[in-house]
Design a protein around this ligand. Structure first.
Ligand SMILES: [Zn+2]
Length: 199
């Protein structure tokens, strides 16, 4: 029961109350306990340290964390006491993000045959030590993939339309659907989300 609550999400704000990440309830409580963060009550914006938070009365219907001696309310939002930056906004290298970066377009001939007809091409083939990275992977259509085979583009007489790079689009806080708390709404502007808030 407790492990379920502890792995639920908590929103993390930096010292300026800007939403920068999500973490687990477990990790959030650890940060509050160590003093590197405070809990924010979403309804009143009161901040609490571990002592005052663990002193809060848990309503009968509320989820809580049970320790040996305490019942602690689940922290839904915390604010860091020291950190005021915005973490490096890197976009994770995933198949889905690669399709997004390349606009579902073959990077050799520019066709858009539909996602089922596109595959990921390693510019430097894996057989020659090419890695699965933003700068070595592009989308290619079946025809171009077949033509290029296990060669470098120049060996196959092919050209990339654009130089592959890590994308620069504004990332969102990538909380999976259904893992977003309604109480976060007032701390996060709509532009952060690529998904609707769950009631
Ligand atoms: Zn192509």
């Amino acid at each position: 029961m407790n492990s379920g609550v502890l792995s639920q999400p908590t929103l993390v704000l930096n010292r300026s109350w800007m939403a920068i990440a999500t973490t687990t309830v477990r990790h959030a409580l650890g940060m509050v306990f160590s003093g590197s963060a405070k809990v924010i009550r979403p309804d009143t914006y009161e901040t609490h340290n571990f002592e005052t938070w663990s002193d809060m009365i848990v309503e009968p219907e509320e989820p809580f964390i049970r320790t040996v001696t305490l019942r602690i309310k689940v922290p839904e939002v915390i604010v860091l006491t020291g950190y005021n930056g915005v973490p490096a906004q890197t976009v994770t290298f995933t198949r889905r993000n690669l399709y997004k970066r390349d606009h579902n377009t073959c990077q050799y001939c520019g066709c858009r045959p539909g996602n089922g007809e596109l595959s990921i091409d390693h510019v430097v083939p894996r057989s020659r030590g090419g890695k699965s990275t933003w700068t070595n992977c592009v989308l290619a259509c079946v025809g171009c993939n077949h033509r290029k085979a296990n060669r470098l583009p120049q060996e196959a007489g092919m050209r990339l339309l654009t130089k592959p790079e890590a994308p620069h689009w504004t990332p969102v806080l990538e909380a999976p659907v259904g893992r977003i708390r309604q109480s976060w709404e007032r701390f996060v502007s709509d532009r952060y989300w690529n998904t609707t808030l769950e009631p």
